[in-house]
Design a protein around this ligand. Structure first.
Ligand code: PXP
Length: 247
């Protein structure tokens, strides 16, 4: 197993700032190019049904401008499937989506929706996209993701990060243990393991240290930190912490 832990930089919240004023700036495609120069291994963007941050034009711009692989996050809807099939990004990550949520609050319940999801992802995989499923660290979700033919699972680190931020350290450590176990379990089934959601400089280390995890997708914290440090140093610091944890 290659030990390089990839960093996918999620640029959604550059678009959030742009959309707050309905202006043309800051441009998420420019952020993606800068992230590329700063050492990101991939770019992640979530085209939400309500287009609250990333727009259809952003996806087109990213597909044109990027030499890095694009990880296109989307809900399992026909509209999004058609968009993904039009662009055939390197990877497609299927996430749950509810309009009223502030962010992707939980993992996808693959176990409950197995048949539909198996049919949903098949054309995406046939078109050459690596299909990833965003799930909580639960054995039945890992098993279901494997059964439907996903190539990758992305483990939701939100519960671990929230418990850390709120000082619930026992819960944090229990969640970290679940993440470790599920990374090992998924890897043993032949799934590639990614992780992300809510990661910060404080929380990234133990996740980066999980040997089966091959990629982290990180956005909100990096974009926030870029306000103070600039985007390139904010990414470089995340990279440094990932490498230190891995080493
Ligand atoms: N991974 C997935 C599947 C996500 O949906 C998100 C949020 O869009 C992230 C990673 C990145 O989370 P954050 O912006 O909290 O770093």
């Amino acid at each position: 197993m290659s030990d390089h832990l990839r960093l996918g930089v999620n640029i959604d919240h550059v678009a959030t700032v742009r959309n707050a004023r309905g202006s043309a700036y800051p441009d998420p495609v420019r952020a993606a190019k800068l992230a590329e120069e700063a050492g990101a291994d991939g770019i992640t963007a979530h085209l939400r049904e309500d287009r609250r941050h990333i727009s259809d034009a952003d996806i087109e711009g990213l597909m044109e401008a990027l030499s890095l692989p694009l990880n296109f996050e989307m809900a399992a809807t026909e509209e999004m499937q058609a968009i993904a099939l039009r662009h055939t990004p390197h990877a497609v990550c299927i996430v749950p989506e509810r309009r009223e949520e502030r962010t992707t609050e939980g993992g996808l319940d693959v176990a409950r929706d197995e048949n539909r999801l198996a049919h949903f992802i098949a054309p995406l995989a046939e078109a050459g996209c690596r299909v990833s499923i965003f799930i909580a660290a639960e054995p039945r979700q890992v098993e279901a993701a494997n059964r439907i033919g996903a190539a990758v699972i992305e483990l939701h680190t939100g519960a671990y990060c929230d418990a850390h931020a709120e000082g619930r350290f026992e819960e944090r450590d229990a969640e970290l243990e679940r993440l470790r176990e599920m990374a090992g379990f998924a890897h043993s089934l032949g799934l590639e393991v990614h992780a992300g959601h809510g990661l910060t400089y404080e929380t990234v280390g133990p996740i980066a240290a999980i040997p089966e995890v091959r990629e982290l997708n990180i956005g909100h914290f990096i974009i926030g930190e870029a306000i103070f440090l600039g985007l390139t140093p904010a990414i470089a610091e995340m990279r440094r912490l990932m490498d230190a944890a891995r080493g």
